[in-house]
Ligand binder design. Structure first.
Ligand code: GDP
Ligand code: IMO
Ligand code: MG
Length: 419
């Protein structure tokens, strides 16, 4: 059996959590493959709303196993808080959650370094969620990180102290005051040891070999990928489909469908290029109607029109097989809906992305659509959707040469149309 992948095609917060929860009943296992508690994946069902940061979004479908893969970075404090919240909802999580021994640990000092380096950057700051993501991946690739499996070693305290001392040395170059929340971290790390810590590359390949289905859950979005995003305003992992292979130990030949998720418009939180950004009343209306405030940090999200050159780029890099459009309902009350179809740079027209989207002077070429001016969140089938909306969908399908498999018309599980 092949593993399917759900991932974001924009700058994160596309609605991955909702869709993974929606698709989970068809899968035996859901697996997170990269990122960490910088992610905030919202789920809504039975009048409940929950935001997951590290735990995969398949956890509320009680038949499904959930795996935190080797590519994820874990803050034990945040993971344990999540587990407590989920258990308080009467969900048995511990028997259905597997954690890779190869996943790296976010230490209290990683978070302090994250904050210190952002503060030192001043105007050029990335706008990080300050969860210690960058410094933890730096230690991973720098070959000095600590992994979940190290918690089981007699020498763990020694390893921890060595890495912490290295961090304290780094922190001497910054003029900052800080407090390390070590006691809480150590308690949470002790609890983490009691979870099912596994050699996840074997677990997942065995599941696939026994003809059971696996859904890989991406975090962030393709335009935040460390290689293909708007560098340096990106996160520190490979958010694209290839990240599912390295972040779980799945061979590329074992990847099946790639579900690319995008909003009917665009948002971004943090700094960096956003060619179609709207700094006006229309943008404010999108933010208000779409409740565009960060699920992890609460920061207002920047808003703008759908960007086809960026979307096509993400579809290419990920090998997307099916598209999923989110939050179409947010545009219900707009008279005119715009889509960026090309970029004009130095008088020339492109539908590809320039090397550096952050510094290139771009004029956007838009195509305008009439708004559908109808409330679509009650629609249960594609047939019932307004013609103006279908025109918008047809155009996106033509331009991307991909079909839209699912259209989400509200935050709730039920508000989802399958075509
Ligand atoms: P993720 O990080 O990709 O999982 O997305 P987030 O959870 O950070 O942000 C998506 C937000 O949009 C959440 O508040 C969801 O509840 C909400 N949402 C998801 N799908 C829809 C939709 O189709 N319509 C509306 N109005 N809200 C949605
Ligand atoms: P989900 O999974 C949106 C952004 C941050 C910042 C940049 C780097 O919920 O879609 P980091 O903390 O990784 O050092 O931040 O990436 N960012 C996200 N934006 N959704 C996310 O996750 C994000 N995770 C990180 O705002 O611009
Ligand atoms: Mg989010």
């Amino acid at each position: 059996m092949k593993a399917d992948v759900v991932l974001g095609l924009q700058w994160g917060d596309e609605g991955k959590g909702k869709i993974v929860d929606f698709l989970t009943p068809d899968y035996y296992m859901v697996a997170r493959f990269q990122g960490g508690p910088n992610a905030g994946h919202s789920l809504e069902f039975n009048d409940k709303k929950i935001v997951l940061h590290t735990v995969p979004s398949g956890i509320f479908r009680t038949e499904t196993l959930n795996l935190i893969g080797n590519g994820v970075v874990i803050d034990p404090v945040i993971l344990m808080e999540e587990i407590d919240t989920i258990e308080a909802m009467d969900v048995d999580i511990k028997s259905r959650l597997l954690v890779s021994k190869r996943a790296h640990l976010i230490l209290p000092t990683h978070k302090v370094i994250d904050a210190a380096s952002e503060a030192a950057k001043g105007e050029t700051k990335i706008g990080s969620t300050l969860k210690g993501i960058g410094p933890t991946y730096m230690d991973k690739t720098g070959r000095s990180g600590l992994r979940v499996g190290d918690l089981l070693s007699d020498k763990f305290d020694e390893y921890y102290t060595a890495l912490k001392n290295k961090h304290l040395d780094i922190l001497k170059q910054f003029d900052i005051e800080y407090k390390l929340e070590e006691e809480k971290w150590m308690q949470a790390a002790e609890r983490l040891k009691t979870l099912k810590l596994v050699d996840s590359e074997y677990e997942i390949n065995n599941v696939l070999s026994s003809h059971q289905r696996v859904l890989c859950e991406g975090a962030q979005g393709s335009m935040l990928d460390v290689d293909f995003g708007t560098y340096p305003y990106v996160t520190s992992s490979n958010t694209v489909c290839a990240g599912a292979c390295t972040g779980l130990g799945i061979a590329p030949s074992r990847i099946g469908d790639v579900f690319g998720i995008f909003k009917a418009y665009c948002t971004r939180v943090g700094s960096g290029a956003f060619p179609t950004e709207l700094n006006d009343e229309t943008g404010e209306k999108m933010r208000k109607t779409g409740r565009e405030f960060g699920a992890t940090t609460g920061r207002p999200r920047r808003t703008g029109w759908l960007d086809l050159p960026a979307l096509k780029y993400a579809i290419m890099i990920n090998g997307v097989t099916q598209l999923i459009m989110m939050k179409a309902d947010v545009l219900d009350d707009f008279d005119k809906i715009r889509v960026a179809v090309a970029y004009k740079i130095d008088g020339k027209i492109y539908d590809t992305l320039p090397y550096d989207l952050n510094t290139t002077n771009i004029e956007i070429i838009y195509k305008d659509f009439e708004g559908w001016k109808t409330k679509i969140s009650n629609c249960k089938s594609y047939k019932k959707l307004p013609v103006a909306f279908k025109n918008y969908v047809d155009f996106i399908e033509q331009e991307t040469r991909r079909s839209l498999k699912v259209i989400s018309v509200g935050p709730n599980r039920e508000e989802t149309i399958i075509r």
